[in-house]
Design a protein around this ligand. Sequence first.
Ligand code: BYC
Length: 322
Amino acid sequence: MTTEHHEQDLAALEQRFQARIDAEEKIEPKDWMPEKYRQNLIRQISQHAHSEVIGMQPEGNWITRAPSLHRKCILLAKVQDEGGHGLYLYSAAETLGASREEMNQALHDGRAKYASIFNYPALTWADIGAIGWLVDGAAIVNQVSLQRTSYGPYARGMVRICKEESFHQRQGYHIMMTLARGTAEQKAMAQDSLNRFWWPSLMMFGPHDAESAHSAQSMKWKIKRQSNDELRQKFVDQSVKQAEVIGLSIPDPDLQWNEQRGHYDFGDIDWEEFNRVINGDGPCNRQRLAHHVKAHEEGQWVRDAISAHEAKKRQRNDRQAA
Ligand code: BYC
């Protein structure tokens, strides 16, 4: 085949692919897809998976210090859920040809990112409330939208993840509500936590649409269904009312209802801070990554044992078949 023919074939395949996307068909692992679609999905899904797993660290830190047995059981279950979410997502990325080893290596080398929010410390028990309420709350807004993403395995993974995230969000809000109704000291602790987690939560949605490197192509391929700014606005609108109900105030003097837009206006995000954190220089980046590398190395014997067991099983099956 000549190069010209090859290019014509490729253009026809790409056109058919876009027509399937436009018709709201889901793309499945064995379907033809443009290489850039595959790469972009591996990037986003693996970073999403890394976020779930790294996100276990700030909360895991509080399991032994939860204020009651009941809270401890709930937090333990929630942190385990996050690990499970990571596994669904790694599996979805594996259907695109990425291996777990490659994805882990990219995380450890600093080539793959994870959500900026997990580079902030969980300093008090109220932070566990704020993480559930705001961080899981932001994650749900983003993930509800991703339930309609064009890649089948990712979309189906999101449906299940969203169900669990809504429980996580409620447990966080319940912690905040309990503290806000408690002593003056407890209420102050809840407010301090909201003050520290509010702005980093808004950063979870990524840069403004005009600055977002991947958005235009991702929207065309329906990998993303709503833009970074649209989703951020949705999150602000829902959170203002939730803060009001429990008597906490959002730390933004520019926050104001805009009758004309039908949305809240809000202040400027500190993009310098955002860039610092996503490029490895946030308050806990080094600590989070070092912990992940250590846990991965300490788990080597488990991976070795599984491989040895699989090899023995194969040998046994081969002998029986012979
Ligand atoms: N943090 O072109 P853009 C959870 C990067 S965890 C770090 O707009 P895109 C939970 C971006 O990757 C929930 N990096 O990118 C777990 C890109 O860099 P690269 C995590 C960020 O992909 C435990 C560059 O900036 N959710 O639920 O179109 C406990 C340019 O950005 C961030 C997901 O991962 C950020 N905040 O849009 C509690 C959802 N923002 O890759 C809760 C899936 C941007 O070129 N992901 N960057 O090096 C997405 O929806 C999209 O990837 C994003 C960014 C909206 C995050």
